[in-house]
Write a protein that binds this ligand. Sequence first.
Ligand SMILES: Cc1cc2nc3c(=O)[nH]c(=O)nc-3n(C[C@H](O)[C@H](O)[C@H](O)COP(=O)(O)OP(=O)(O)OC[C@H]3O[C@@H](n4cnc5c(N)ncnc54)[C@H](O)[C@@H]3O)c2cc1C
Length: 464
Amino acid sequence: MPADSSKPERPPRQRMPEQDAKVRAGNFDEVALGFTEELAIAEASRCLQCKKPKCIAGCPVGVDIPGFLALAGEGKFAEAAALLREKNSLPAMCGRVCPQETQCEGVCVLGRKSEPVAVGRVERFVGDYVLGRGDLKSAAPDGPRVAVVGSGPAGLTVAGDLARRGYRVTVFEALHAGGGVLRYGIPNFRLPKTVLQAETDYVRGLGVELRLDAVIGRLYTLPQLLESGYSAAFIGTGAGTPHFLEIEGENLNGVYSANEFLTRANLMQAYRVGEVDTPIWVGDRVVVVGGGNVAMDAARVALRLGAREVSIVYRRSRTEMPARAEEVAHAEEEGIRFEMLTNPTRILSDGDFWVGGIECQRMDLGEPDESGRRRPVPRPGSEFVIAADTVIIAIGTAANPLVQQTTPGLAVNQRGYIVVDNETGLTSLPRVYAGGDIVTGSATVIEAMGAGRRAASAIHEELS
Ligand SMILES: Cc1cc2nc3c(=O)[nH]c(=O)nc-3n(C[C@H](O)[C@H](O)[C@H](O)COP(=O)(O)OP(=O)(O)OC[C@H]3O[C@@H](n4cnc5c(N)ncnc54)[C@H](O)[C@@H]3O)c2cc1C
C-alpha cells in the first residue's frame, strides 16, 4: 500500500547532547548537556496532543503534560514552567532523575509505533529555563503552622504545596544541607548541586523556613512540635539505613555501604577532586554489589575518583535490573563491567585486614518470586574470585527509625515503615501525616513527591 502522503511525517525523537564517555569518566560535570531552545521546541512539538492523554495518569503528581508541551512547542517556556510548577515544584530535578520510561513516556501513544515524546528532557529544559531568571519571589504566608520532618522530595513537595496555600511551614532537616537523597545520594554528574540548590531556593521563596541540623527525635520530638503550636506535621524521613550482605569479610577495611560512600562523595564534597581534603579511599579495583540506581551511582563515582577497574555484580539478569535504562547505558559506555547472574559469597582479606578480593557464585534464573521477578538460584560449584581493593554494598536500605522510636502511638509495620492511609498519608495519630520512602520503602523521587502532594491536600482539607 502506498504511504499516506496527506499525513505530515513526525520528526524523530531529538537526541540530547552528552559529554563524550571517555572525557566524562574523569570529571563530575553533568553527563547530559540538555536541549537547546531549538531542540526543546522540536521535541515538544512531537506531542500528538491526545484527547484522552495517558501520560497525565502515568505521572504520580499529575502534571498537565500535553499542556506544558504545547506551550514549550510554541517557545513559551516561562508559561510552560508556570504550568508545570502548579503540580511539581521541582521540574529541573524530575526532568533529570525521574524514570520516565516506566511513567509518562512509558504510556505515550507515540511509543507504540516509534519513540515516545522525550517528556523528561523537555521538562528539564523548561525547569532550567526559569531557574535563576529572577522569578524567585518570596511570599509571606500567614496561615496555620505546619511542621515537616525531612527535606527530601516528599518533604519539599508538602512544604511547597502548603506554602502556596498560605500555610506557615517549617522543614526540619537533620543534615547541614537540604534535599535528602537528591543531595547526599545522587551525584553531580546526574544532578548538579547548583540545580538542586536553585530548586530548593524556589521552595524557600514560597515562604518555607528550612531549619538545618535539626534532628527530630533528638532536638525535639514530634509530640513536642505539635504541642509547641504546629497544627499538623508531615514525616518524610526516608529510608537511609543500609542493608548488608551478612557474609564473611564484610567488616574488612575497604568495604563501604553505598550510602556511606555516596554521602562522603556528595556531602563531604569528594567530587571536588584535588580541592577538598575528604576522608574517602578508593582503590584500583572496585566491586559494587547491586543492580539499582544506587549501584550505578556508586560505580560511576568510584570511576571518577580514580579507580582503574570497576565491576558491578548483580544476582539476576539485565532484564530484572531496577536501575534506569539510561543510567545502565551510561555506566556501560564509561567502561564499567557488569557481572550478571552473580552473587557474592564472601569477601576475602589481603592478609592485612584490607579487602583482597570477593568470592562470587554464578546464578541461574528460577520461577518468579513475590516481587514478580525471576528468582536467582545458585549454581553449585561455580565459585570464582574477582580481585578487589574496595567493595561497595548497594543492595537496598531500611527505614530511618528515630522518629518512630520517639513518637508514642505511631503505628509501623513489621519492617519499621510508617503505616498510613494511602489516599491521605494520615498516620495512626491525629494531625500527623507521612509519605515517601519512610512509608513505601526505597522508591522514586516522583513517587515521594506524589505522596507529598496527597498529604498536602489532606492537611489543607483538615485545617481549612
Ligand atoms: C544513590 C541513589 C540514587 C537514586 N536515584 C534515583 C533516580 O535516579 N530516580 C529516582 O526517581 N529515584 C532515585 N533514588 C530514590 C529516591 O532518591 C528516593 O526514593 C527519594 O529521595 C525519597 O524521598 P523522601 O523525601 O521520601 O526521602 P529522602 O530523600 O531520603 O529524604 C529524607 C530526609 O529526611 C532527613 N531526616 C531523616 N531523619 C530525620 C530526622 N529524625 N529529623 C530530621 N530530618 C531527618 C534526611 O536527612 C533526609 O534529608 C535514588 C536513591 C539513591 C540512594
